[in-house]
Design a protein around this ligand. Structure first.
Ligand SMILES: Cc1ncc(COP(=O)(O)O)c(C=O)c1O
Length: 408
């Protein structure tokens, strides 16, 4: 029988951690402090140290982390916040939830993160902040973005939901902006046993505000100075996260090994593979291993599915084309690089417990089908192509695809 390989399987990791987690749960049960207990404070201290920032605040989930950061900055109606159009909905939803307007920017075709060259032109007198998303585990060019936000006196929020542990210039992402916003949704590189999130910040006053807004706008018990909400990390999740944080570097290293193994096989077939971005330099942690498959993405996804392998398109619809954002009036053609990416990206199974045999089987199936569909495609990684000047713009990328198609 063909072995089925899911996009993500947490069962083995959870089994391996069971003894450590149960021991940690005993401490929580002994304290019976289920909300903001000692486990939460310890996790906050350890996580802040891990990220390399002064403050970390545990919150309910990654979406709340973004909303709380925007609220701490008093961003609201009449304000604009710039973010990428190629991300999970939460990266823009948070802006709308505080009553501000999302302003989208196109992406770089190689890293799938904000195209820094297109950022500055979008700044208006209403712009208050930029949300940079470290997508798939790949750091955005955060220092280049920071230079722009600093020069315009804008706040910088890092959406780190998909990239806990990734580094840029030797520093962990989440330590560059005014805020780093993390999700501990179970599938993430650092995932809880349910929902969870954290906000990191170098600013003591901002850390207080996040904590205060997430606790019903109350600094003094039963005195509510502003409208807040209830968004707190609970002690059981903090206990799980403390255990998992100890393994994160090993898991992220294994993700990188898996990515290298995939790329070794796929590049020989000419597939455009992900790699560390040249800026920073950066360390990708492969929350997703996402390839570009011009003109043949769906055929390859179907071929993998027919062989029991799940692959997923993150994301089939860019944010500016989402029905919920129709009223912003962008329409098709507004962001050609993201619109092309949504037709071509495919994420292959990725979790630290994947075996080399499984990786080889997936890569072989993918490479063989790609060769059948696009026999003459040039062997190179996306970054290699870009640095050689082969992919410098969407036009060039489209040209490359057309060449491959003609050859096929
Ligand atoms: C880029 C990005 N931002 C924010 C979030 C929101 O995190 P959460 O699901 O914990 O609310 C996610 C979750 O998938 C995400 O991928």
């Amino acid at each position: 029988m063909t072995e089925k390989i899911p996009i993500l399987d947490l069962k083995e990791q959870t089994r391996n951690l069971q003894a450590e987690v149960l021991e940690a749960f005993q401490c929580v049960l002994a304290d019976a402090a289920f909300i903001r207990g000692p486990e939460v404070s310890k996790f906050e201290t350890e996580f802040a140290r891990y990220i390399g920032v002064n403050h970390a605040i545990g919150v309910g989930n990654g979406t709340d982390a973004l909303v709380l950061a925007l609220r701490a900055l008093d961003i609201g109606p009449g304000d604009e916040v710039i973010t990428t159009t190629f991300s999970f909905i939460a990266s823009a939803e948070c802006i709308s939830l505080v009553g501000a307007t999302p302003v989208f920017v196109d992406i770089d075709p190689v890293t799938f993160t904000i195209d820094v060259a297109k950022l500055e032109a979008l700044i208006t007198p209403r712009t208050r902040a930029v949300i940079a998303v470290h997508l798939y585990g790949q750091p955005a060019d955060i220092l280049a973005i920071k230079r722009i936000t600093d020069s315009h006196e804008l706040s910088l929020i890092e959406d780190c939901a998909q990239a806990t542990g990734a580094t840029y210039d030797g520093r962990r992402i989440g330590s560059f902006g005014d805020f780093g916003c993390f999700s501990f949704f179970p599938s993430k590189t650092l995932g809880a046993f349910g929902d969870g999130g954290a906000v990191t910040t170098p600013h003591a006053a901002m850390a207080d505000r996040v904590r205060w807004i997430g606790d019903h706008g109350s600094r003094v018990r039963y005195t509510h100075e502003m409208l807040g909400t209830n968004s707190r990390l609970d002690s059981l999740q903090a206990a799980v996260l403390r255990v998992k944080l100890r393994h994160l570097e090993t898991w992220n290293e294994r993700r990188r090994q898996i990515a290298a193994r995939y790329s070794h096989a796929l590049e020989k077939a000419g597939v455009i593979t992900p790699t560390d971005a040249p800026y920073g330099p950066s360390r990708h942690v492969y929350h997703q291993y996402t390839v570009r498959l011009p003109q043949c993405r769906d055929a390859i996804r179907d071929h993998l599915a027919a062989n029991g392998i799940t692959s997923v398109v993150y994301y089939p619809i860019s944010l500016h084309l989402q029905p919920v954002y129709e009223t912003l009036g962008y329409g098709r053609g507004a962001f050609p690089v993201a619109e092309l990416a949504q037709e071509e990206v495919l994420s292959l199974p990725m979790f630290p417990e994947l075996t080399d045999t499984q990786v080889d089987r997936i890569a072989t199936l993918c490479a063989e089908r790609f060769r059948e569909l696009v026999p003459a495609s040039p062997p190179a990684t996306g970054v290699a192509l870009a640095s050689e000047g082969a992919i410098g713009s969407t036009e060039e990328l489209v040209g490359l695809e057309e060449e491959a198609l003609q050859a096929g």
